[in-house]
Design a protein around this ligand. Structure first.
Ligand SMILES: Nc1ncnc2c1ncn2[C@@H]1O[C@H](COP(=O)(O)OP(=O)(O)OP(=O)(O)O)[C@@H](O)[C@H]1O
Ligand SMILES: [Mg+2]
Length: 354
């Protein structure tokens, strides 16, 4: 459906997008995830045709569209800054795309209403867009892009200004609608939880480089590097030593403990080599004193987060780590032991560059 081939965009000395290659099959919901300035918007704008690549190609279906203007690409886009028509009301803004492709009044009405209903803006159909809040404008922008049901929809942080409850509702309905219509979507966000909730696959970008593409589950469990690990949720890193390697797994020593870790591509494979091992907070537990293979540490503080409680623990002679547990398992100042959950899958990486 959509293929990016070695896509690159420079602005003067800045390389906003650096050699990104990616395929999005028809009907997939793919999210570009990465920190501010990593090139997400620039990538979307090149797919839509508002920005031209410095090098590389954008292929839609079997057409190279790299040099085609936006209106020749059959792509819908929700812009990060909404880009609504201020002199038109909500209804006319949403109808705009439908009219410009020739929909007649009797057929476009139901489509406009459906799009407005999706974003819970039907009661505001006759409001001027200047008289709307930021979040309401954002919802109108989303409805406007959805209404013509383009085969490919590009969404640049379309939910960023909505409150938590509305955001969750809208994202679930958006995913359901796109799946029902069989639309292909490239969604941009810097919110990992949103990316996980919405996407079939997630593509992680950092400084213009594509880091990793995969299902949310695969990325979370097996991040290719420390950047991806830390960007996708909370990650603890322990300095470690490789003991022995078998296939893609190694026995590693972490303090006095001996763990089995999966080896990332950049991990050292020689016995005795330094490495670092990543473990998620939910893969660690506070263990009984004297538990075998456990690490000793001291609780620095605890943070109640509703569904879980997070304990920040200073490991003796080691790093500060986050442990997910139950409320009131320990108090600040308590001496504790840390153990790995039975199902934990630590990942080993190259040691941190000095
Ligand atoms: N028109 C431009 N001229 C010069 N530099 C630009 C231009 N557009 C983007 N950049 C630069 O390219 C880089 C990527 O920008 P981009 O807008 O794609 O980031 P982003 O991932 O969308 O960030 P955010 O999450 O903050 O929206 C940034 O360093 C930005 O300053
Ligand atoms: Mg952006």
């Amino acid at each position: 459906m959509l293929r990016l081939e070695n896509l690159t965009r420079r602005f003067g000395d800045t390389v906003a997008v650096d050699g990104v290659s990616l395929e999005v099959p028809a009907g997939e919901f793919l999210t570009l995830l990465g920190p501010s300035g990593c090139g997400k918007t620039t990538t979307l704008r090149m797919i839509a045709g508002f920005e031209h690549p410095t090098s590389g190609r954008v292929v839609l279906g079997d057409r190279d569209v790299s040099t085609l203007p936006p209106q020749k690409r059959d792509v819908g886009m929700v812009f990060q800054n909404y880009a609504l028509f201020p002199h038109l009301d909500v209804w006319e803004n949403v109808a705009f795309g439908l009219k410009s492709r020739g929909d007649r009044r009797d057929t476009l009405g139901p489509k406009v209403e459906r799009a407005l209903a999706l974003v819970e803006m039907a009661p505001y159909a006759r409001r001027k867009v200047q008289a709307l809040s930021g979040g309401q404008q954002q919802r109108v922008a989303l409805a406007r892009a959805l209404a013509p049901e383009p085969p490919l929809l590009l969404l640049d942080e379309p939910l960023s200004n909505l409150d938590a409850a509305l955001r969750e509702r809208t994202r679930d309905e958006l995913r359901a609608l796109l799946k029902q219509l069989g639309m292909t979507a490239v969604f941009v966000t810097h919110d990992q939880e949103e990316a996980f909730a919405l996407s079939d696959r997630v593509a992680v970008l950092n400084r213009g480089h594509l880091q990793q593409v995969g299902t949310p589950e695969a990325l979370y469990a097996s991040p290719v590097n420390a950047f991806v690990a830390s960007f996708l949720g909370r990650a603890n890193f322990f300095p470690a030593t490789v003991d022995s390697v078998e296939g893609d797994r190694a026995a590693v020593r972490v303090g006095g403990a001996r763990w089995t870790a999966r080896l990332a591509d950049d991990a050292p494979r020689a016995a005795g080599a330094p490495a670092r091992v990543m473990v998620r907070p939910e893969a660690l537990e506070l263990a009984a004193d004297g538990a075998e293979g456990a690490l000793a540490g001291r609780v620095l503080d605890r943070r109640f987060a509703g569904a879980a409680t997070f304990y920040r623990v200073a490991v003796d002679g080691g790093p500060e780590v986050l442990v997910q547990g139950r409320p009131h398992e320990a108090d600040a100042g308590d001496v504790v032991r840390l153990a790995l959950h039975g199902r934990a899958q630590p990942v080993a990486y190259a040691p941190e560059a000095a």
